[in-house]
Ligand binder design. Structure first.
Ligand code: TXA
Ligand code: MG
Length: 319
């Protein structure tokens, strides 16, 4: 069976979505980063349904989405650094990993049994309206099959999920286009677990110094950071200047004549981030043997783009 057709967010569809979530069902919804596959974060059954719909390994914990900063206090232990970052970046593409609050209602399955919980407030009217009407925090991974390219349009969700998602709310293309930055504040030193929509430079300005980087190949702290991820079905080749026969060329900056698509002809990393997943998806379906990607500068959102591209190009696990 296939996924339902995306519907616009109206008072009626939002009310229906709220009923679905309250009954343990799943609703895909837009955020400023990528589309999320949402379920009641306090209900084990709903969280289990998310894992099943995504085909996601159970050990990979989910981000818990809230509508208001005040709601975080009941779920995680906020401290001075967390409050300062929340005041500056929420709502927005920053996820904070914090100690689980003593009576946190969040399902242990959602945090994969860890003693920390990842929380964020998305900067999208539809997402926040949905969380409010559901009246509960929503656990939501990106709304794609595990390991594949994240969806930045409602039709991407419809193309990769099945009827296990009861409703897809359409909010148009996602503004940021790469997932939230994941920052671990559960220890004495802030650790950047995943580069994303809030740049390391912006975090440094609030923290008084750059966060530590999660050691490469140390997937234990952020179990979701598997080596191969965000993968189109055809191979991805990085640092390319021109396409080999049969390859698509995904360009960046002033276009070579043989570019198939260009992430940003102006060389703007924010524009490139917003285009990244949609362009990978469209080249994946273009009948090419591989996708060759030109170098992206390693600053600002370029860090998040290069992180996703390295995973897309990483050796795939045997099926
Ligand atoms: O932009 C986003 O963050 C999107 C939208 C839908 O909000 N969500 C998203 O979720 O990207 P997901 O499940 O694809 O990625 C969540 C990341 C994973 O790398 C996971 O390992 C990490 O957050 N994470 C979640 N809870 C954690 C925890 N308690 N400790 C460490 N890492 C955690
Ligand atoms: Mg994901």
């Amino acid at each position: 069976m296939t996924a339902p057709h995306p519907v616009p967010a109206t008072p009626q569809t939002l009310a229906e979505a709220g009923r679905i979530l309250a009954a343990g069902g799943l609703v895909a919804f837009p955020t400023e980063t990528v589309y999320g596959l949402g379920g009641d974060a306090t209900a084990d059954r709903a969280v289990a349904a998310i894992f099943a719909a995504k085909g996601r390994p159970r050990f990979n914990p989910l981000i818990v989405h809230l509508a208001e900063v005040a709601e975080a206090e009941a779920i995680v232990v906020m401290e001075a650094r967390a409050r300062a970052l929340a005041a500056r970046f929420w709502p927005g593409p920053l996820t904070l990993v914090l100690p689980r609050a003593p009576h946190s209602p969040v399902s242990l399955l959602a945090s994969a049994g860890l003693d920390t919980i990842a929380v964020r407030i998305p900067d999208h009217g539809v997402a926040r309206a949905l969380i409010k009407i559901a009246g509960r925090p929503l656990a939501a991974p990106s709304a794609n099959t595990s390991g594949r390219v994240s969806p930045t349009r409602a039709e991407h969700v419809a193309a990769c999920l099945d009827e296990r998602v009861a409703m897809i709310l359409d909010g148009g293309p996602c503004r940021v286009g790469v997932e939230s930055t994941v920052l671990d504040l559960s220890g004495p030193t802030p650790v950047l677990l995943r580069p994303g929509g809030i740049t390391a430079e912006a975090l440094a300005a609030v923290l008084g110094g750059p966060p530590a980087l999660a050691a490469a190949g140390a997937p234990l702290k952020a179990p979701g950071m598997l080596e191969s991820h965000y993968a189109p079905s055809v191979p991805v080749r990085l640092g390319a200047c021109s396409p080999r026969p049969g390859e698509a060329l995904l360009a960046f900056g002033p276009a070579p004549a043989d570019a198939t698509l260009n992430l940003s002809p102006a060389g703007d990393v924010e524009e490139a981030a917003a285009n990244l997943f949609a362009m990978l998806r469209s080249l994946d379906h273009g009948g090419f043997t591989a996708i060759a990607v030109m170098p992206i500068p390693e600053h600002g959102l370029g860090l998040a783009i290069n992180d996703r591209l390295r995973r897309a190009a990483a050796p795939r696990p045997a099926p």
